[in-house]
Write a protein that binds this ligand. Structure first.
Ligand code: ZN
Length: 292
């Protein structure tokens, strides 16, 4: 099954709901970054939630998420657009620990307890930016985004994201959901949804069992919620980097800097943080990038 995200409403429009299966997307990120299990879980949860935040946008808008705690992975960076394209990386991919007391990958330890910040920058086009920042309250990622949505965007939300890793470090299952209470949601609806969320199995387990995002959302809102699916969008790991884009960046460094690359390094090599693609520039190529 390919990765995709669903947008839906429930309870006659009192609730907005998103669910995603992101196993292949997280696996591609893991392969490209060579993340170890605990880092894969931190990166995978962040990518999964960022993809859902991305499809909440419209008109070619995009967003960048930075989860920066004081743990050994350094920071998790992810960005996504309104077309289901997402990418991400961690500063230190080779992080893995024993499972925590709940038998789960110890993401909190990798991200770093409660010291640090979660920031979200939305590029809404026409130089219109929105920036929100909150302190890290958990380090488990999902709870941090729940806190962000409630405090920075003022939308009461429940966020879940999970990643299961195989013994060979490949990704077994990844997925997530976001449930939001819209203005006017009744106390009764809120109580029902909260109860469902409490009772549902972990999202990574549901995805591993083969549950589709439709089935996950039905479990979350219950039969009574009368799920109304608005859109189904494919999700994939996608990095728009290219040698051309990098050339523009090198040109921007100025002639002095380019001359130094030619004289001292006899060329230039750059690696994209997001996809690990390596770009090399020969002396002749660097010369061509100098402004006359
Ligand atoms: Zn790239």
């Amino acid at each position: 099954m390919k990765d995709y995200v669903l947008k839906a409403t429930a309870f006659d429009g009192e609730v907005r709901a998103y669910a995603i299966k992101s196993t292949n997307t997280v696996e591609e990120a893991r392969e490209r970054q060579d993340t170890w299990a605990t880092a894969s879980a931190a990166l995978g949860r962040t990518i999964t939630i960022t993809a859902m935040l991305g499809v909440m946008l419209k008109d070619n808008a995009k967003l960048t998420v930075k989860l920066e705690g004081n743990g050994p992975i350094g920071a998790v960076i992810a960005d996504a657009n309104d077309k289901g394209e997402v990418r991400g990386y961690v500063i230190n991919p080779h992080v893995d620990f024993e499972s925590n007391a709940q038998g789960k990958l110890d993401v909190r330890r990798a991200v770093g307890g409660t010291e640090g910040t979660l920031s979200v920058v939305k590029d809404l086009g026409l130089r219109n930016h929105f920036t929100g920042q909150v302190p890290i309250v958990s380090g488990e990622v999902s709870e941090d985004f729940t806190y962000y949505l409630a405090n920075s965007e003022q939308i009461p939300s429940a966020v879940g994201a999970g990643v299961l890793v195989n013994p060979d470090h490949s990704i077994l299952a990844a997925g997530g959901f976001i449930i939001q209470m819209l203005p006017g949601a009744s106390d009764e609806t809120i109580a029902k949804v909260e109860k469902q969320i409490e009772e549902i199995a972990p999202i990574s387990q549901l995805i591993q069992e083969g549950k589709t995002p439709e089935e996950v959302l039905t479990l979350l809102v219950g039969e009574e919620g009368k799920l109304n699916i608005l859109e189904n969008m494919p999700v994939q790991f996608s990095c728009p980097c290219s040698k051309e884009r990098l050339s523009t960046a090198i040109s921007g460094l100025g002639n002095e800097e380019i001359d130094a690359m030619i004289k001292e390094d006899h060329g230039a090599t750059a690696t994209c943080h997001f996809c690990n693609e390596v770009y090399t520039f020969s002396i002749d190529e660097l010369r061509a990038l100098k402004s006359s």
